[in-house]
Write a protein that binds this ligand. Structure first.
Ligand code: HEM
Length: 419
């Protein structure tokens, strides 16, 4: 095993009340067609998280950003300047695409043209949570990949850290998620980082009466002002759940109760009048008091989020490369290299689907970009694979080796604070 995971896995659903999610998805969807799928994805996610602890957070967020735009259809993964990657919430922010490429390549070599990129994201998100010390759940599978990205939808539907709590609740309601889902899923911020640009409005010139957000603990405000001077570019980062940045636990809610939330949209769940009225404050207190309640609700809400308008049956397709729509004129087995060799752009593929033909032209910028990306992908994939092969219990293995359970791993991860 490339990276030994010795945290306790809580298979939520055994004893916590699980919500019935009606969908055409099934946890056994690939049990005949790709029986080793879950093992392959877990191995690849473990290698990536060993390589960079933060990657667990980045993969979890990718699944969220996928599901909120056109449903969970892998649309966030599509390349192209008009894609979701360049929408405001994702530009310079969403990450982990190369890791998804590596997982997809491993899955393709296990069972060619069978598993969707959307399903890979859902499994990788679950594995990321488990590898960070959080709950497990049975991932519903059988999603198919979308044919288009929706940048406008990403700008409009993804919640912003500057949104009011009511606006966030509305955005969740628009995809069938309720207030409990808002608070439980916001608990995803128990892992990962945020850039200064996403919260520095709380630190300087906040309002006419107070230059700093009064719902932000004053010593934390000073530390963040040092981290994020107004003269800087806003790309420095801090943990969303300070003092427990990479451990999946309920400490994020403890921080909210202590006015130590980083994003205004996080702290608002506890401190805003809207949060009191909508009972998000009550839920924060509940999860602060009970890790178990948080884990149960989080797992249930992840299953609900993962079931947002999936493409199933013969809708959509199984992409052979998560970054581009597979041409309908090619067999599924043909891969990305064939795409780049033919100089096929995403736009070409879209046009061909609608039977519109462009006149032949010189390779475009995006053609060249694809070539470059493929080279980078291959280089990275090779590095990860050799790292995993060479150090089954090596540098990364050591880090996880002596954990007897959540307590030890969390204590260790808390020490890994930045600033
Ligand atoms: C409730 C509304 C939400 C808002 C307003 C929000 C906003 C944000 C923002 C602004 C960041 C930092 C981005 C940056 O620095 O560029 C972030 C990071 C993150 N978000 Fe959310 N988010 C929300 C919900 C969620 C949900 C539902 C999940 C998953 C279940 C999630 C998981 C994450 C994770 C794991 C990170 C860290 C990613 C990393 O370190 O790469 N968020 N979020």
């Amino acid at each position: 095993m490339p990276c030994k995971r010795l945290v306790f896995v809580l298979l939520v659903g055994l004893s916590c009340a699980s919500m019935e999610v009606r969908s055409q998805l099934s946890p056994t969807f690939y049990s005949q067609s790709c029986p080793n799928l879950l093992r392959v994805v877990r191995r690849e996610v473990a290698a990536a998280v060993c390589n960079e602890t933060r990657m667990a957070a980045s993969l979890l967020r990718l699944h969220f950003h996928d599901c909120f735009v056109n449903g969970c259809d892998g649309s966030v993964l599509l390349d192209g300047s008009d894609g979701e990657k360049f929408a405001n919430p994702n530009r310079n922010s969403a990450r982990g695409f190369e890791v998804v490429d590596a997982i997809k390549a491993a899955v393709e070599s296990e069972c060619n043209a069978t598993v969707s990129c959307a399903d890979i994201l859902a499994i990788a998100a679950r594995d990321s949570v488990v590898l960070s010390g959080g709950p497990s759940w049975r991932v519903l599978l059988g999603r198919r990949d979308g044919l288009v990205a929706n940048q406008t939808g990403a700008n409009a539907n993804l919640p912003s850290p500057f949104d009011s709590i009511n606006s966030i609740i509305s955005k969740f309601a628009a995809v069938g998620l309720n207030t409990t889902d808002v608070v439980a899923l916001s608990g995803g911020h128990t892992i990962g980082l945020a850039r200064c640009a996403t919260f520095s409005n709380r630190l300087f010139g906040f309002s006419e009466t107070s230059s700093v957000d009064p719902t932000l603990d004053s010593s934390l405000a000073s530390a963040l002002q040092n981290l994020c001077p107004q003269s800087a570019d806003g790309n420095d980062t801090t943990g969303l759940d300070r003092n427990s940045t990479f451990a999946f636990d309920n400490h994020y809610f403890t921080n909210l109760v202590r006015q130590r939330g980083i994003l205004s949209s996080d702290q608002g769940l506890f401190s805003s009048d809207e949060g009191v009225a909508a009972a998000t404050r009550e839920l924060v207190l509940k999860y602060d008091n009970s890790t178990w309640a948080f884990f149960c609700d989080f797992a249930n809400s992840m299953i609900k989020m993962g079931s947002i308008t999936p493409l199933t049956g013969s809708d959509g397709q199984i992409r052979s490369n998560c970054r581009v729509v597979t041409s309908p004129t090619r067999s599924y087995g043909q891969n990305y290299v064939a795409d780049t060799a033919n100089k096929t752009t995403i736009r070409d593929i879209h046009l061909s689907q609608y039977h519109i033909h462009k006149t032949p032209e010189m390779p475009t910028h995006s053609d060249l970009e694809l070539d470059q990306k493929e080279a980078t992908r291959r280089q990275l994939y090779g590095t990860i694979r050799s790292m995993a092969a060479e150090s089954p219990m090596g540098t990364c293995g050591q880090k996880w080796k002596s954990n007897n359970g959540n307590k030890q791993i969390k204590a260790r991860m808390r020490k890994k604070e930045e600033i």
